[in-house]
Design a binder for this molecule. Sequence first.
Ligand SMILES: [Zn+2]
Length: 189
Amino acid sequence: MLGQVGKTYLIAEGEAGVYLVDQHAAYERVLLENLSAALRGRSEQQLLLEPLVLDVPPAAVALAEEASPELSQLGFAIEPFGPRQVLVRGVPGALVDRQPQRVLQDTLVTLATNTHGLVIEQHASWAERLAIVLACKSAVRAGDTLELAEMEALLRRLGEAMLCRTCAHGRPTAILLSHAQLEREFGRR
Ligand SMILES: [Zn+2]
């Protein structure tokens, strides 16, 4: 791990060369892996001491009801609470540190209004849609300052093999400057 550029990109060295990593896209990818694991039956739920009421538009309440089995598979424990509110009793363990209530609110609203701006396949299930949007909304953003330890943990969890996939925005997660490319650019061969 070499550092952060413009509070947006991480620079890291791997076996294949030097990586420039989009911190949001990378974080999103790690969370998506966790949420996908939850959907395969390995969800961890953290119950809230006090249930929390979210204010959302009626379309988002309808969505929460329709996607209720998938939301509970992901680790959310929620109930409809009137025409414009949802009651949250539990949140996924993977999102506990990422303001999960705000993220859920945001996710329901952008999915209900189709304003998430993400590339989601037409035939994607509710579970897949939810996981993709939740991961995006929970991830660190461009402009967030990260501690060195946070950056290292992020890249470790992602692993070199997963770095160069595209993210849910259809953008690359990372750019690799290979050893051969560096040698070429610097006229070393
Ligand atoms: Zn995103």
